[in-house]
Write a protein that binds this ligand. Structure first.
Ligand code: PLP
Length: 410
């Protein structure tokens, strides 16, 4: 492979015009949009408008006049389209962690005779911590049972209330077969909860087809909603009438402005809503979601698969015998939009890359993770990033105290 091959792919890329919808700093190759999506050009002006006009001038009138009260349902409707869910099954707000708590609690209540939550040992820690905390809070003998990916089917015993998995693994990028795993959970009488943090906006999703009971997802990764953007949750329509959520806030009430002293759940997905959404954050998220909806998902996924394949091949070709071991599945159909390598000096190498403008991230204990966001990353950049990686390794520049010192956020 030579750089000109990749320049040719850029010239023929139907998604190339999307890059202009984002601001990326000069001299940066951003391979971390799976952790924090890039800033859309439209976000600043839109948020500035909400601040100056809707908040500054409209004041409280904007809940009605600027449609603030409908905003989260509107964004939820758009996210439902991104994940292939039926209209009216998605709510936006809170964080992914809080939404996990809400849905896991609702799930456990639906399976009173069963006390086990099954998850993967390598799941993202917040998912596991939330399950652990909920089990302790309920104090009814609930238990979080952790298994390896190849033992999930065997773990679906009659005491399992809910199977909680992340669709694309945050470390390795391995992707589960959502329809097959969901079917297995249902056949075992368990409920299925998917975490779509690393899937939403990155891989094709068909929630209506796979038909899991619950899902949660993140607004600040491939949806480009900004740091700490509101998260979302999905509940299958068949469960709306019986789901009981553990946080019964006033905006999930059937008639919030009746100010009744007793809680009555709003019908449909609205019962999963808790309190007042952050309108500034919601406005920013909507700009990101609108861009994702404009991009045809088959093009996004085709480019993602191509980029992960090329990046892995370039590292193998340009950086042989340097200690990098690919941990992402080699088959593009079973991975998300990232490529990860283990290396014994992963942290310092990643810091050296970031100092050179190639931004990926480190995941403990020994993983270098590179995310590919087809809306704003080109092919020739992959060549440049791998050349810089090779330089950093050959020069030994990673091997200094400055790059070994761990920062708070890795
Ligand atoms: C990013 C991520 C989260 C984030 O949770 P927050 O509550 O937004 O901090 C949760 N789960 C997974 C799998 C993630 O990748």
């Amino acid at each position: 492979m030579i750089r000109a091959d990749l320049e040719a792919l850029d010239a023929a890329d139907p998604l190339a015009p999307f890059r202009d919808l984002f601001t990326l700093p000069e001299g940066v190759i951003y391979l971390d949009g799976n952790s924090l999506g890039a800033l859309p050009r439209g976000t600043g002006p839109r948020v500035a408008e909400v601040i100056a006009q809707e908040w500054g001038n409209g004041l409280i009138r904007s809940w009605n006049d600027a449609g603030w009260i409908e905003m989260s349902a509107r964004v939820a409707h758009k996210i439902a389209r991104v994940i292939g869910a039926s209209p009216g099954t998605v709510a936006v707000g809170d964080s992914t962690s809080v939404n996990l708590f809400k849905l896991l609690a609702a799930a456990l209540k639906m399976r009173p005779g069963r006390h086990v939550i099954v998850s993967e040992r390598t799941n993202f820690p917040t998912d596991l911590y939330v399950a652990e905390g909920l089990a302790a809070l309920l104090a009814q003998g609930h238990e979080l049972r952790l298994v390896d990916a190849d033992a999930i089917h065997a773990a679906l015993q009659p005491d399992v209330a809910v199977l909680m998995l992340t669709h694309v693994n945050y470390r390795t990028g391995a992707m589960h077969d959502m329809p097959a795993v969901t079917r297995a959970a249902h056949e075992a009488g368990a409920l299925m909860l998917w975490d779509l943090a690393h899937s939403t906006g990155a891989v094709p999703l068909d929630l209506a087809g796979a038909d899991p009971d619950f899902a949660v997802g993140c607004g600040y990764k491939y949806l480009n909603g900004g740091p700490g953007a509101p998260a979302f949750l999905h509940v299958a329509e068949r469960l709306h009438a019986t789901a009981r959520y553990p946080i019964t806030g006033w905006l999930g009430h059937a008639d919030p402005f009746a100010f009744e002293p007793a809680y009555r759940a709003a019908p449909g997905i609205a019962g999963a809503v808790v309190g007042t959404p952050s309108i500034l954050a919601m406005a920013a998220l909507e700009v990101g979601v609108d861009i994702v909806l404009q991009a045809p998902m088959p093009d996004v996924y085709a480019k993602s698969q191509r980029q992960t394949e090329i990046f892995a091949a370039l590292v193998a070709e340009q950086c042989p015998d340097m200690g990098f071991a690919l941990v992402t599945p080699p088959d593009a159909a079973t991975r998300g939009s990232q490529v990860s390598f283990t290396h014994q000096n992963a942290y310092a190498i990643m810091q050296a890359l970031i100092a050179r403008g190639v931004i990926g991230d480190f995941r403990a204990p020994d993983i270098l993770r590179f995310g590919f966001t087809p809306l704003y990353i080109g092919f020739a950049e992959l060549w440049d990033a791998v050349r810089i990686l090779r330089d950093v390794m050959q020069s030994g520049e990673w091997n200094t105290e400055r790059f070994r010192t761990r920062q708070k956020v890795t």
